[in-house]
Design a protein around this ligand. Structure first.
Ligand SMILES: *Cc1c(COP(=O)(O)O)cnc(C)c1O
Length: 382
């Protein structure tokens, strides 16, 4: 059995998790939270990095900070995880979906302008599989139209666009440290990245239940009080300590993932384009091997191949059901323009196992099973 995912674990986490347990300070914004935030602020050169309990909650904070309200419109791809949309729907926004590009499965930057109305407040880009959207075009458009760009960089930690790390380009961005991502804070976790300084002080307030407690702890004010809306968006120290252990091993984790990705690509590339389509990484981008996916000719072939891989005890999966065709998406959003690739290509896609600790023998075994499944399925077609 080769599982689809195993949470990343290096052994470097233990010492910090134990230290957090023995520190008598396990609630939010302790030593390890501040250390992780400093690591990201240094890596991303952002105005502020704030750990959150999940990427979903970092996106919710971004929506609050943008003052998104009833009747506003937010543009995003339909091929994404529900949280990308929910964070803005919770503030009363209508979601406007735009088609993707088939080469990267990212929002098609050329189709965004046609979706902008006088109600549009933001574009939320999703860097699918850790491969960047075409950010220069999108940032130029947003500037011209005076709207904000939020990067859902849940999958994009340590990927680059024209030399810039993903998450450092939009006005704000969110990372995920869920156990299925490249780096985890022990199962669940996220990060809000703020590049536009105007959002920093309010972000600290919203994250601290709407109080100015952060300023109080820094000694800026002598008592803290309720000053704004807010919620509890602080992770505990155990989460931060686990993540801190991973941050000390990013080179090891990222080179292991890259080797797995390359091995898949080399082992399958002769099947393209006759049997499968492989992911492509534009020249301006450096990926992070978050995910290895391939596309089959159609949905029928995909189910056959997935059945064969499941019989071979290989944890291959597919995602996402496009949001505009889901029950909530139909009610809360609309698709602007034609759906040429979103539905068609989402129905063709499968993801193969990629996790830290997976051996190259296991990768070769998956490659062998995929080759058999893909070629045999194609032979039995009528
Ligand atoms: C994983 C993921 C999320 C949600 O992350 P959580 O940390 O589980 O909340 C959001 N958007 C995308 C694109 C993701 O892949």
């Amino acid at each position: 059995m080769i599982p689809f995912n195993k949470p990343p674990y290096t052994g470097n986490e233990d010492q910090y998790v134990m230290a957090a347990m023995r520190s008598h300070k396990m609630s939010g914004d302790g030593e390890f939270t501040l250390k992780c935030q400093a690591w990201f602020e240094n890596k991303l050169s952002c105005a502020k990095a704030l750990l959150t309990p999940s990427c979903t909650q970092a996106l919710e904070m971004a929506a609050i900070l943008l003052d998104v309200k009833e009747g506003d419109e937010v543009i995003m791809p339909s091929f994404t995880f529900v949280s990308t949309a929910n964070a803005f729907v919770l503030r009363g926004a209508k979601i406007v979906f735009v088609d993707i590009r088939p080469d990267t499965m990212n929002i098609n930057e050329e189709l965004i302008e046609a979706a902008i109305t006088d109600k549009t407040v933001a574009i939320v880009v999703v860097h699918y599989a850790g491969v960047s959207c075409e950010m220069d075009t999108i940032m130029d458009l947003a500037k011209r139209k005076n709207i904000f760009v939020i990067e859902d960089a849940a999958q994009g930690m340590l990927s680059y666009y024209k030399g810039r790390p993903l998450g450092s380009i939009g006005h704000m961005a969110a990372y995920s440290f869920h156990e299925t991502k490249n780096y985890t804070s022990g199962g669940e976790g996220g990060l809000l990245i703020i590049n536009d300084k105007q959002f920093v002080s309010r972000a600290e307030i919203i994250r601290e239940k709407g109080t100015n407690r952060s300023q109080f702890f820094r000694g800026v004010i002598d008592k803290y009080t309720w000053v704004d809306i807010g919620s509890s968006y602080l992770p505990g120290e155990l989460q931060a300590a686990y993540l801190y252990g991973q941050l000390g091993r990013v080179d090891e984790i990222s080179s292991a993932r890259n080797l797995i990705w390359k091995t898949y690509f080399e082992g399958l590339k002769d099947l393209a384009p006759a049997f499968i389509a492989l992911p492509s990484i534009p020249e301006s981008c450096v990926g992070n091997a978050h995910m290895f996916y391939l596309k089959l000719p159609d949905i029928k072939t995909r189910s056959d191949v997935l059945n064969r891989l499941s019989a071979a005890k290989i944890g291959a999966v597919f995602h996402y059901v496009p949001l505009h065709s889901s029950p909530a998406g139909k009610e809360l959003g609309r698709f602007n323009g034609a759906d040429i690739y979103t539905t068609k290509d989402s129905e063709r896609l499968i993801r193969l196992p990629v996790w830290f600790g997976m051996t190259l023998a296991e990768v070769q075994h998956v490659i062998g099973c995929v080759r058999t499944a893909v070629t045999e399925t194609s032979c039995t077609k009528d």
